[in-house]
Design a binder for this molecule. Structure first.
Ligand SMILES: Cc1ccc(CCc2c3nc[nH]c3cc3c(=O)[nH]c(N)nc23)cc1
Length: 373
């Protein structure tokens, strides 16, 4: 624990980084995978299971929590940590991304974004200042600036407009956040697939001397090579001594490739969402438990796993649960998937410390290529 928010680099291997973020509520070992806990819960999991798997931090979301149960209500109840019984670090997204993908009747301008709730149609507004205020009411440890994420493909003028406004919103967010020693506000690099705009965004954010930086505007449907090429050009102009968070990424392979380029923090709905749709991530690749080929298979997903969901239950039983649409299917497969993601993260952290990241990456990929025999 530490009174202040600090990032320390422990080791590097090529561009891959092993570090640790320390803050009053605990530490985050990087590279880190942050399970998505949109409405104050990681769907189909108990949070002590999430912790048990090695998760140091979970995500919450301004958009969902402001609509239901309401930020002021969560504050009256002691903040998100007490509300959800997660006493460890929480990172919250600022809500703009979710407004653009979930809300209806949206109006976005320099002041912020006005929208109607997708739940009951009620009217709401998010400004950089209100988003930071809400994240404060949630008692979030790492708060994200309000930004505008453009869907690709888009015209240069549109990408530039959104990137420049996101920079002005970063200034307003930082001013509203002020000086909170044990907490952090991260800026978000935008600029679409236009390298000169990405570099301008990263350099202008770096000059604001924030405590951490996210790469936004990716994992919005672009091919992996476009995402990786954007990282190749953007990361070199991002501060070396601050954490780098790649928003919304990704598959195990996306994560492996992005750690190799110097990303420290990840979030993705994939392991939890896939678990609810009968899909298991394993070190042999993906296993679709809906498939009839598993109906008589007595083997577990992975007998070498430390996770009961992966080690103890037969594929036949998991297939039966998925086909029967049983709640336990989502619980066991989400448990398996998060266990796999966290084992991948701890494997990468150890490999970087030992100077063997490339060998670890090659062995991991060949495991996936071997497929699920
Ligand atoms: C609870 C929670 C869910 C999801 C997120 C990340 C959501 C997310 C993206 N997801 C995929 N691509 C993304 C890009 C952006 C982005 O450019 N800006 C912001 N603020 N969020 C993004 C954060 C927290």
């Amino acid at each position: 624990m530490s009174e202040t928010f600090q990032f320390k680099l422990i080791a590097t291997d090529g561009k891959a980084r092993r570090g640790v973020i320390t803050m009053p509520r605990g530490e985050v070992r990087t590279p880190a995978f942050m399970p998505v806990g949109t409405a104050g819960t990681v769907k189909a999991m108990y949070l002590d299971q999430v912790r048990e798997l090695g998760s140091d931090i979970i995500l919450g979301n301004v958009y969902h929590l402001m609509l239901r149960p309401g930020a002021e209500r969560v504050a009256r109840l002691g903040g998100l940590h007490d509300f959800a019984l997660w006493p460890h670090p929480i990172l919250t997204d600022s809500g703009g991304f979710q407004v653009m993908s979930l809300a209806s009747l949206r109006e976005l301008d320099e002041t912020g974004v006005r929208f109607r709730s997708h739940i009951d149609g009620s009217k709401h507004e998010l400004t950089p200042e209100r988003s930071i205020e809400i994240q404060g009411l949630l008692d979030s440890d790492i708060q994200m600036q309000l930004d505008e994420c453009i869907r690709l493909p888009a015209e240069r003028a549109e990408i530039e407009r959104a990137m420049e406004m996101s920079l002005r919103w970063a200034e307003r967010s930082a001013k509203a956040f002020g000086n909170q020693p044990g907490k952090a506000m991260f800026g978000i690099v935008q600029g679409g697939d236009l390298i000169d705009l990405r570099v301008r965004s990263a350099e202008r954010l770096a000059a604001m001397d924030l405590k951490g930086y996210a790469v936004g505007g990716l994992a919005v449907g672009e091919p992996q090579d476009v995402m990786l090429a954007t990282l190749d050009e953007t990361l070199p102009v991002m501060p070396v001594d601050k954490p780098r968070y790649l928003m919304g990424v990704g598959t195990p392979d996306d994560i492996l490739q992005s750690v190799a380029r110097g990303i420290d923090m990840f979030d993705c709905v994939m392991p939890t969402r896939a678990g609810r749709h009968g899909l298991a991530y394993t070190r042999f690749g993906k296993v679709n438990l809906k498939n009839a080929r598993h109906a008589d298979d007595p083997r577990p997903l992975d007998e070498a796993s430390g996770c009961p969901a992966s080690r103890d239950y037969s594929r036949a039983y998991l297939h039966h649960l998925v086909r029967s649409n049983e709640a336990l299917a989502s619980m066991l497969l989400t448990w398996n998937n998060l266990a796999y993601y966290q084992s991948l993260m701890s494997g990468m952290r150890a490999a970087i410390e030992a100077g063997g990241f490339d060998d670890f990456a090659a062995a991991t990929k060949s495991g996936w290529a071997r497929g699920d025999l």
